[in-house]
Design a protein around this ligand. Structure first.
Ligand code: IMP
Ligand code: MG
Length: 187
């Protein structure tokens, strides 16, 4: 198997497709610190539950939590992914339910990327049906040009062009999630 480089500088060749460095580890971590500060200011007295959407958000949630210096709880949803494709199947399936009772709680949904918005719309409806006290969304990445569903995103790490990205939790056919930085498909 080919080696995976963590230097963040080399392009990654996957078959005939080339991915080039897009967001560095430093850029990501700096933005996470800013987002964490805003979240702490808003939720200081509210004991929020941060709900990560698996698998993609595991790295973002983990780094975000390390910057959160207020009391909070953490839980997870797992949704079906794109499969091994770069294009969404257009269907969402719930693979893991929450363990926490979220009624009357302040919920912060943590997502890696909002693309069409289909997954987020599904999650927002699901969480609303449990009657939380409040619900906000933080996503590391948003592709504004790809949005097809009306979703309310409260905190955005980076707005990015409508191009496939990988690394830092985001996969391509389940691989490359463990990269510390984010790469974009070069055309
Ligand atoms: P949506 O339902 O179309 O908004 O897609 C959301 C999910 O698709 C995200 O949570 C990701 O897991 C995945 N996804 C969307 N765009 C990308 C991408 O550029 N790279 C990797 N995964 C992506
Ligand atoms: Mg995801």
């Amino acid at each position: 198997m080919d080696e995976l480089t963590q230097n963040g500088k080399d392009a990654i060749q996957i078959g005939s497709e080339k991915f080039v460095p897009f967001l560095t580890q430093d850029q990501i971590q700096k933005r996470i610190q800013e987002l964490a500060k805003e979240l702490c200011d808003e939720y200081r007295t509210k004991l929020p539950i941060f709900i990560g959407i698996l698998n993609g958000s595991f790295m973002f949630l983990s780094d975000l939590m390390k910057e959160i210096d207020i009391h909070c709880e953490i839980d997870f949803f797992k949704l079906s992914s794109y499969g091994d494709e770069k294009i969404s199947s257009g269907k969402v399936k719930l693979l893991k339910e929450l363990n926490a009772d979220i009624s009357d709680r302040h919920i912060v949904i943590v997502e890696d990327i909002v693309d069409s918005g289909l997954s987020m719309k599904y999650i927002e409806e699901l969480i609303s049906s449990h009657n939380p006290a409040s619900m906000k969304v933080v996503t590391l990445l948003l592709k504004p040009a790809s949005l097809k569903y009306k979703v309310k995103i409260d905190y955005i790490g980076f707005e990015i062009p409508d191009k496939f990205v990988l690394g830092y939790g985001l996969d391509y056919a389940q691989k490359y999630r463990n990269l510390r930085s984010i790469y974009v498909l070069s055309e």
